[in-house]
Ligand binder design. Structure first.
Ligand code: SAH
Length: 208
């Protein structure tokens, strides 16, 4: 599976056994993307544990099982243009980059804009653009998006995101305040907006 990296192999097998990793294509990108390039230098040897790790500015790289759940729920296709809110380490964007055409990732924190950018460059990923800005407004310049993935806790699914989403597009977001949110998948169709709850999760909050 992943010759030469038993920890990575163990993690991926565990995520499959627990039902977080389901589809062949998502499993294969978990194998391809080097998570160790997206954690702090000192944490490289624990890059394949299944919990969130601290990165810069008090933020975290999400736990692998959360990245697996969100990536599976996003129903990615090779022609998709995806907007991510919260680049952080760049790891979620790196995973998506191998499944879609283009990822735009907005990050509010300048230190993390450069952290994500350099991690992605080291991992030789070229179809992710990290943009500094407030993701609550989305990213007008590259709209419309097939999918929007929010990786910080948001009080609501903002109208700006829904407007920038294509018909038949999906928004995935942890909605709620404090330490607990619900993972909501929104689908926009000609008939209207449909929302489904995928259960509890815990993300760092969206900052203004
Ligand atoms: N997807 C990331 C994890 C993100 S952690 C990864 O794979 O590592 C949440 C990130 O959202 C943090 O980097 C935080 O700075 C960012 N963030 C918080 N509020 C934001 C906002 N309003 N706009 C854009 N990014 C924001």
């Amino acid at each position: 599976m992943t010759p030469g990296n038993p920890e990575k192999e163990r993690l991926i097998k565990g995520l499959m056994a627990q039902g977080y990793l389901k589809t062949k294509k998502v499993i294969s990108v978990f194998e391809k993307v080097p998570r160790e390039e997206f954690v702090l230098e000192n944490d490289r040897d624990i890059a394949y544990v299944d919990y969130p790790l601290s990165i810069l500015s008090g933020q975290t790289i999400s736990a692998p099982h959360m990245v697996a759940i969100m990536t599976e729920l996003l129903e990615t296709g090779p022609k998709d243009k995806v907007l991510e809110i919260g680049a952080g380490s760049g790891y979620q964007a790196a995973i998506l980059s191998k499944l879609v055409r283009k990822v735009y990732s907005i990050e509010v924190d300048p230190e993390l804009v450069s952290f994500a950018g350099s991690n992605l460059r080291r991992a030789k990923i070229k179809n992710v653009e990290v943009i500094r800005g407030d993701g609550s407004k989305g990213y007008e310049k590259a709209k419309p998006y097939d999918k929007i993935i929010v990786t910080c806790a948001t009080p609501e699914i903002f109208d700006s995101w829904i407007k920038q989403l294509k018909t038949d597009g999906i928004i995935l977001a942890p909605v709620g305040g404090g330490f607990h949110q619900e993972l909501i998948k929104l689908r926009k169709s000609k008939k209207g907006i449909e929302k489904k709850n995928y259960g509890g999760c815990a993300f760092v909050p969206l900052r203004g």
